[in-house]
Every structure is written in C-alpha cells, then in structure tokens.
Design a protein around this ligand. Structure first.
Ligand SMILES: Nc1ncnc2c1ncn2[C@@H]1O[C@H](COP(=O)(O)OP(=O)(O)OP(=O)(O)O)[C@@H](O)[C@H]1O
Ligand code: SF4
Ligand SMILES: [Mg+2]
Length: 384
C-alpha cells in the first residue's frame, strides 16, 4: 500500500493524548502521552491492570470526560479534530460515527419498552425515516448480532431476553447507526472471560459486515489472543508495548507484558498462576522516577530510574516497547522465565530452577489460550 493510500485508510489517529484530573490532593495524570492510529476495519485490543488509563483514554475519544478533566494532544477522527470539542459538538459523532459499548446489560435497556422499539428510536435519533423503516433496521441489527428469529425477538421486552441475548441487544443498539468505530470497554468488575470472548466474536462479525474498526478493552490477555489485529498494553497511564498480536504474544519486549502473559493461567496446570507480578500499580499522582514499572520489574537496574524510557521501535517493524532492556528479552524463550524468581522465592539461576521443575517449562504458549478463552476454562487475569 502506498503512503497516501495508507493515510486514506487511517480512521483514528491519536497523538500525545494526555488527560489530567486536578484533585484536592494533586493532579492525577490518568493518561500520559498516548499515541496510536487505527485503520478502517482494524481490531485493537487494549490491555492493562485496573487504573492504567484504558477507560479514561476511550472516554476522551468519546468526549465523555467530566469538565474538570484537562485534555491535551490530538484525537483525529477521519480528518476531524475531536480533542476539546464540547459535549454538544461531540453529539454528531457519539453513537453515530463512534459507538461505545458499556457492558452492563441491565442499565442500558429500558424495561418498559420492547427491544425493537428501543432500537428503532436509537436509529430515528440520527435518521429521519419512517417508523416502519426504522423497525426494519432494528430487526436487521438484531440479526447482525446473531439473535435468532429477530422479527419475533424485536417485539419482546428486555426481561424476555436471557443475559447473553440482552448483551447482544446492547451491541445491536450501539451499532444500529452503522458506526465506523466501536469501542467496547469491560466494566471495572471484570466480566466473565467467556462473555467477553463472545462479545469480541460478535464485534468481529460486525467488523466483517460493516468494516467498522473496533477497540476492545480488557484486563485479560487471553480474551484478545488470536482474535485482534493489534495489541496495546497500558501501564501507569501510558502505552508500554504495542504491536501486532503475534509480535506481542510471541515476542514480548517489555517485562510487564511478559508478566501479564505469564500470569494467564495455563490450562495444563489447572489454573495455576505461574508468574504473578508482585506489588501494586503506581500512583498516578506520584509516579516513580524513571520507568514507571521499575518498582515491580525483576530486571530493574540503576539506569531504569534515570528517565522514563521512550516507546521505541524494537526488532520488528511496528512493534514498540518502553523498556531500555528490551534487547535482552530476545534471549528469553518463555515469559515465565523473567518472573520466576519472584514466584518461588530467591532463585540464583532461573535455568537451573526450570531444569529441576520441568513442569514449569511445559507451559503451553499463550497462543493456545485463544482456543480456551471461549470455553470457560480460564479465569480473569491481569488484575493482581
Ligand atoms: N474523574 C476523575 N477524577 C480523578 N481521577 C480519575 C477520574 N476518573 C478516573 N480517574 C483516575 O484515572 C486513572 C485511570 O482510570 P481508568 O478508569 O482509565 O482506568 P482503567 O484502566 O480503565 O481501569 P479499570 O480496568 O479498573 O477499568 C485511575 O487512577 C482513576 O482513579
Ligand atoms: S526499563 Fe528497566 S524497570 Fe522498566 S521495564 Fe525495562 S528493565 Fe524493567
Ligand atoms: Mg476501565
């Protein structure tokens, strides 16, 4: 693809996005210099622990932050600058061009109206069409999200839908206006990974039909394994690793990502967390000097405290990481090796430990998790 064609394909370009919340105790730097771009039809998985800035960055894109938030940087959507548009100015884009799926089926549907009526009204809010045409669109949306007998189902009320069906109805509501960008944010109370995997599957189907771009936000690396095109790992309000899904899963270049990979329970080890990352995420008001992961990093050296590492290109194109020691990770064949000493106490030589505990080395690679994510055999991870 030529440079010009590639630019034409770009739907969203976020540059140096920062969101500060002034509070009585000081300024919370919730998002710090986030940059990424998304092509039409591309699916991006955003992963990271609680409080890493995943929701605040997507709320900034949606123009849904409270007024106290100070937003800087650029959010370019299809050539339009969205950063700092007013709530009212964003109305044109919200739910029309850009849809956000809040994954709480009970609060997003009104119990006193039929599903079809609610979908039709959501469509009529942005299109001047007859009620009949809007109803047809409602039925079409239910069909798109995989609801059987959509004609009959449209005439039912939310309580007549199962939890999974309600979840699909919410997605139908979000996509009825044919958004070009869909953002699905898991709630703070982590949803069952099985449900998350089903949501992602539905979104992939919508992407195939409509060429919408999708951002899937989750704590759980297992949910996005093998499903998304690219992965962006967030830590302490910023991106610490980004790349194609295979690059990030097969060749992580940041110890934090390795910790997340190693902490996904391995089906062969009956859900054991092999390599928990010890300690807590940093306070966004008082970040540690230098690398924000340094207090928890098993590879930390003095140089890590000097300055926050840049998000720099690593050994393959499009694969970036924020770690001064990424080259040394090329030697690590399994993510578990990096964190193994933290799991099992003081270990002089991880290689010796692996030799003595061969079962630890038998961990299947993370890619296999994609097969298991939809089968309820895993539990939510990433939150330590
Ligand atoms: N209105 C606000 N005022 C002050 N701080 C806020 C506000 N909203 C969010 N924050 C802070 O911003 C940081 C990032 O929050 P965010 O909700 O983006 O995290 P997250 O990665 O989505 O976490 P989770 O996985 O729990 O949803 C947190 O420290 C949070 O406390
Ligand atoms: S820069 Fe240092 S502390 Fe930060 S992740 Fe890399 S090795 Fe760990
Ligand atoms: Mg969140």
């Amino acid at each position: 693809m030529t440079g010009a064609a590639e630019r034409a394909e770009t739907l969203l370009n976020v540059e140096d996005l920062c969101v500060d919340f002034p509070t009585e105790d000081g300024v919370v730097g919730a998002v710090r210099g986030v940059s990424f771009s998304l092509r039409r039809g591309e699916v991006l998985g955003v992963v990271g622990e609680s409080g890493s800035g995943k929701s605040v960055s997507s709320m900034a894109i949606m123009g849904l932050l409270p007024r106290t938030a100070k937003v800087t940087g650029s959010i370019n959507y299809a050539g339009d600058e969205l950063a700092n548009l007013s709530y009212r100015q964003m109305q044109h884009y919200r739910n029309n061009e850009i849809a956000m799926i809040f994954q709480d089926p009970m609060t997003s549907l009104n119990p006193v109206f039929t599903i079809g009526w609610q979908l039709s009204e959501a469509y009529r809010a942005h299109h001047s069409v007859s009620k009949k045409a809007a109803w047809a669109k409602a039925v079409e949306s239910l069909e798109l999200v995989g609801i059987p007998q959509p004609d009959r189902r449209a005439r039912q009320y939310p309580h007549e839908f199962s939890g999974g069906m309600r979840q699909r109805a919410i997605i139908a509501m979000s996509i009825i206006n044919d958004p070009q960008l869909i953002i699905a944010d898991e709630p703070t109370t982590a949803l069952d990974v099985t449900v998350q995997a089903q949501i992602l599957e539905t979104l992939l189907r919508i992407r195939d039909e409509t060429a919408a771009a999708v951002i899937m936000i989750t704590h759980d690396l297992g949910v996005v394994a093998g499903m998304v095109d690219r992965v962006q790992v967030m830590y302490g309000g910023t991106v610490v690793e980004s790349g194609g899904v295979d690059q990030v899963f097969d060749e992580p270049r940041m110890p934090y990502t390795m910790g997340l990979l190693g902490s996904v329970p391995n089906p062969n080890l009956l859900g054991t967390r092999l390599t928990p990352i010890t300690g807590a995420p940093p306070s966004l008001m008082h970040l540690p000097a230098g690398c924000s992961f340094s207090p928890r990093c098993p590879l930390v050296i003095d140089d890590c405290h000097e300055a926050e590492p840049e998000l720099a290109e690593t050994d393959s194109a499009g694969h970036t990481a924020r770690c001064i020691r990424w080259r040394e990770l090329l030697e690590v064949s399994k993510p578990q090796e990096v964190f193994i000493s933290q799991q099992l106490g003081i270990v002089e030589d991880p290689a010796v430990l692996l030799a003595e505990n061969p079962e630890l080395a038998e961990a299947e690679h993370i890619a296999s998790m994609s097969e298991h994510a939809g089968q309820g055999t895993t539990e939510g991870t990433g939150r330590q």
